[in-house]
Ligand binder design. Structure first.
Ligand code: CA
Length: 369
């Protein structure tokens, strides 16, 4: 009896928050209907912040849903809804929290209104890359903190994708100095948006589906979205002239799967394991896909659409980095949870930078074309 109590909720949460080997068995409870959990079929909904079937992000959500269905032999099937099909993009978190949908697919920086600390689990300007984020989340204490941030809402998080390093964005004028950011109305979410604001610009938060029209009509002057693969799909090259890099504001954005805690914990242990490990597969798979498809999309943008690809001038990046450090540090002062996450993130970042300075950075600089 003691063992069963111990393995209850704690065991279920460990599947999502711990390392891959840490999940331990949970004895299953018979359902109210008296059907053994191994025979019971579950039909879940997944709401997403992405346009339906959008390359990489929407299709990443589709893949995750399909994988859960396949791995469970059809015992747990997931129907995916694009943004606005069941709920609007920015209501995905609430929908999962309330149980309107059992699963959600989005990015944690969309939920800074719920908790400032959420932003650390998507992207931090001048922060960690995809590889470093995964290391922090799975083996550096990140996942348990993420679970703690969402706990008051009855939501469990799982990393479920990563775009890799993004692009700096699309501009209709050259950015030659910090002064060119003055008054710039740019779609840029999260912490990057706050940094732009302090550099003199006006950040706008728009869901993906509204970006192209807003840029083309002049409602916004500039936008970032993701990288060549997704930006090509949106046709952003038709609405802006210059394509700047690097994506200082999103150096390796983690996408998330949100799980309604109650629904997850009501699953038998094997289905819980399937859901959490399907998220792991989806997380790794999306990064592989982005890395492969960004290559070819960049060639298409340059060779077929004659996009002017530019590097931000170093003084602009230096200025943005200084502001970023202030902005990120200020979040830590917002509340105790944010301070805790900031401390963990910064501690890990410092260590991984020391290692990657002598490994990845040195190698990339010397390996040649
Ligand atoms: Ca972005």
């Amino acid at each position: 009896m003691k063992r069963r109590q111990f393995l209850g909720t704690a065991g279920a949460s460990a599947l999502l928050t711990g390392g891959i080997l840490s999940g331990c068995g949970q004895e299953s409870n018979p359902t109210a209907a008296g059907v053994a959990p191994q025979q019971q079929k579950y039909q879940w909904k997944m709401v997403t912040t992405w346009p339906k079937n959008f390359p990489g992000l929407g299709t990443g959500a589709n893949s995750l849903a399909r994988l859960i269905g396949e791995m469970s032999g059809g015992r747990l099937t997931v129907k995916v809804y694009g943004a606005n099909e069941l709920v609007p993009a920015f209501e995905v978190f609430d929908a999962v929290s309330s149980g309107t949908a059992e699963l959600g697919h989005g990015a944690a920086y969309y939920w800074k209104g719920k908790s400032e600390a959420a932003q650390f689990f998507a992207a931090v300007p001048f922060g960690m890359t995809a590889q470093e984020m995964n290391a922090w989340l799975y083996y550096g204490g990140g996942m348990p903190l993420w679970a703690e941030v969402y706990a008051p809402f009855g939501v469990l998080p799982a990393a479920a994708g990563n775009t890799g390093l993004q692009m700096g964005g699309w501009f209709n004028k050259e950015i030659n100095g910090v002064e060119d950011l003055q008054g710039l109305k740019m779609r840029i979410p999260g912490l990057g948006g706050e940094v732009l604001k302090r550099a003199g610009g006006t950040p706008v938060n728009l869901p993906g589906g509204e970006i192209f029209t807003s840029l083309q009509s002049g409602t916004i002057d500039a936008t970032e979205w993701v990288g060549p693969y997704n930006d090509l799909a949106f046709g952003l090259y038709k609405a802006a002239k210059y394509y700047y890099y690097p994506g200082w504001h999103e150096p390796g954005t983690t996408l998330e799967c949100l799980l309604n805690k109650q629904a997850f914990e009501a699953l038998p242990a094997d289905l819980q394991s399937i859901v959490s490990n399907a998220c792991r597969v989806a997380n790794a798979d999306m990064l592989s896909e982005y890395t492969a498809r960004n290559n070819t999309a960049l060639q298409t943008l340059v060779n077929e659409h004659h996009v002017d690809v530019r590097e931000f001038p170093r003084p602009v990046l230096d200025k943005l980095r200084v502001i970023s450090e202030q902005v990120v540090a200020e979040i830590a002062g917002q509340d105790a949870m944010s301070a805790k996450v900031y401390e963990s993130y910064q501690h890990f970042r410092k260590q991984v930078v020391a290692w990657h300075d002598i490994s990845e950075r040195t190698y990339l600089n010397v390996r040649g074309d």
